[in-house]
Design a protein around this ligand. Structure first.
Ligand code: HEM
Length: 271
């Protein structure tokens, strides 16, 4: 297992991170203020605002600041943890399907066979084996969260490595998921077939596949995200054929999540 260890000390960079966090927090509260002054809408933000009214269980007796903290924490979780990650995965999936027309054709054939002319329902999505393999392989090659991070709460010894209390441990997901000794010589290639027998069949050490993290803090939205991705791809595949635009420049870049630096431009026509 490859890990990066570092001690979390107040540094110039950390101070910049805290400042950024404060800016994000006040940006969220500004949007919330606009919403509460302007209107009532039946959406996710409104549900968070309603929830904040009864937030005293977790954050202690309700005060203005615990109320704001509840709203900010939940918005960060849902909008940042949930939105960007799923949107980027949909983008990478489309890029890979555009670059691999044989897989695009296989996935479309499956969608048309299972859904016909109907919009996908839960049962149909469950039966989409090829599409699941395509998404799993996309998340292996381009995991939006490049690292899973943990802090040691006490001194521990892991194998013969001493990890002292306060040390942060970064597990580089994107590197683990491309190791040839774990995934085979084609580890860098897009080959959804490797997931034909699930994650256990795809990797010598299945724990090395962790696009949604691992353990008690594994992604709370992983099943929701997989469903969203299947719905998006099903709807697009059923209506359109697409290929990469000649202007597409492949440049995965680390920007909190792993993004296509110059976007993904596709040539699209009706199927
Ligand atoms: C493809 C989409 C997504 C990916 C790749 C992803 C990935 C991750 C990863 C790597 C973690 C850290 C897990 C760990 O530390 O072990 C995480 C945590 C989390 N994710 Fe996601 N996520 C996705 C979508 C979502 C969605 C749609 C939601 C909610 C609507 C969500 C909510 C959360 C929450 C609440 C946590 C924190 C869990 C905790 O600390 O207990 N995620 N996610």
């Amino acid at each position: 297992m490859i890990c990066i260890f570092y001690r979390f000390l107040p540094s110039k960079n950390n101070r910049a991170m805290w400042k950024l966090e404060e800016e994000i927090n006040s940006m969220i509260l500004k949007v919330v203020k606009q919403r509460t002054e302007a209107s009532y809408e039946k959406d996710l933000l409104q549900m968070v605002l309603e929830g904040a009214k009864s937030c005293n269980d977790y954050y202690g007796p309700s005060t203005n600041s615990s109320h704001d903290k509840f709203i900010v924490d939940n918005c960060k979780n849902i909008y940042f943890a949930g939105h960007e990650t799923t949107a980027i995965t949909a983008t990478w999936s489309l890029m890979l399907l555009a670059a691999h027309p044989e897989w695009q054709a296989r996935a479309r054939a499956e969608v048309l066979e299972i859904c016909g002319d109907s919009p996908p329902d839960a049962n149909m999505l469950r039966n989409m084996k090829t599409l699941t393999m395509v998404i799993q392989e996309t998340l292996r090659l381009y995991p939006p969260a490049a690292f899973v991070i943990r802090a040691a709460l006490e001194d521990i010894t892991f194998k013969d490595i001493m990890i002292s209390k306060g040390m942060n441990i970064q597990i580089p997901v994107s590197i683990l998921q491309r190791q040839c000794d774990l995934w085979g010589p084609d580890a860098h290639k897009f080959n959804p077939e490797r997931f034909a027998h699930g994650i256990v069949g795809a990797c010598k050490t299945p724990q090395a596949y962790m696009p949604f993290g691992v353990g008690p803090h594994v992604c709370a939205g992983q099943h929701f995200a997989m469903t969203e991705l299947k719905v998006i791809l099903t709807l697009i595949l059923s209506k359109f054929c697409f290929s990469l635009s000649p202007g597409y420049e492949h440049s995965p870049a680390f920007r909190l999540v792993i993004v296509p630096e110059h976007g993904v431009t596709l040539r699209v026509r009706t199927a």
